[in-house]
Design a protein around this ligand. Structure first.
Ligand SMILES: Cc1cc2nc3c(=O)[nH]c(=O)nc-3n(C[C@H](O)[C@H](O)[C@H](O)COP(=O)(O)O)c2cc1C
Length: 180
């Protein structure tokens, strides 16, 4: 059965109120200017604060973790201890794309890399985290077909999220669901 999860940054409350979704996904580290806190203690504290604020008992809270902010296992444990029911592995990987003159080809200087190129990286992070936390792990990154979903499940994921493929092919989720 499909599960609706409303994503938000920080102390997330779903648009339309708590009843609008089956859960809340908090993103402790998302905006493109937050790369400056990569790997810092501030990231873990921010993670804990945002999950605690969202975990008010009304809806399950999933913590969507950055793969670029220190050891993702530390962040997963922090989110678990703060009350998250699941951790999502993972958000995008910080990167840059420059013109020869040094100007950015993106809307901002730093951006998040997503899509098939990151799948092996996030399968690895899913596998690592799944062995270290008791809460469910949700795999995310580069999924384009049913085999990719099974790969994440084999790595320990209990569910998956699909991002980029929905932009390139809006029917992706229907195609994958039918193939599973
Ligand atoms: C255009 C775009 C916007 C995104 N916006 C968010 C966001 O607001 N919050 C967030 O946590 N992740 C965001 N992501 C990350 C995706 O939800 C997902 O974690 C990541 O892209 C990896 O999955 P994918 O390879 O299936 O896209 C965004 C990704 C893309 C491509």
């Amino acid at each position: 059965m499909a599960r609706a999860v409303v994503e938000g940054t920080g102390a997330a409350s779903p648009p339309g109120g708590p009843a609008a979704g089956a859960g809340v996904e908090g993103t402790p580290h998302c905006a493109s200017d937050e790369y400056r806190t990569l790997g810092s203690a501030a990231y873990l504290e921010q993670c804990a604060q945002r999950i605690r604020a969202a975990a008010d008992g009304r809806l399950p809270v999933w913590a969507k973790l950055s793969p670029c902010a220190g050891d993702i296992v530390d962040a997963a444990r922090t989110a678990q201890d703060a009350g998250a029911q699941a951790v999502v592995c993972a958000n995008t990987y910080w990167g840059m794309a420059l013109q020869a003159d040094g100007s950015s080809r993106l809307g901002s200087m730093v951006g998040g890399l997503s899509g098939p190129a990151i799948r092996p990286l996030s399968v690895f992070q899913t596998w690592r985290v799944a062995q270290e936390v008791a809460v469910d792990v949700v795999g995310c990154g580069g999924i384009v077909c049913a085999a990719d979903v099974k790969e994440y499940m084999a790595a320990g994921a209990k569910a998956v999220e699909i991002g980029t493929a929905n932009f390139t092919e809006p029917e992706t989720i229907i195609r994958i669901t039918e193939a599973l």
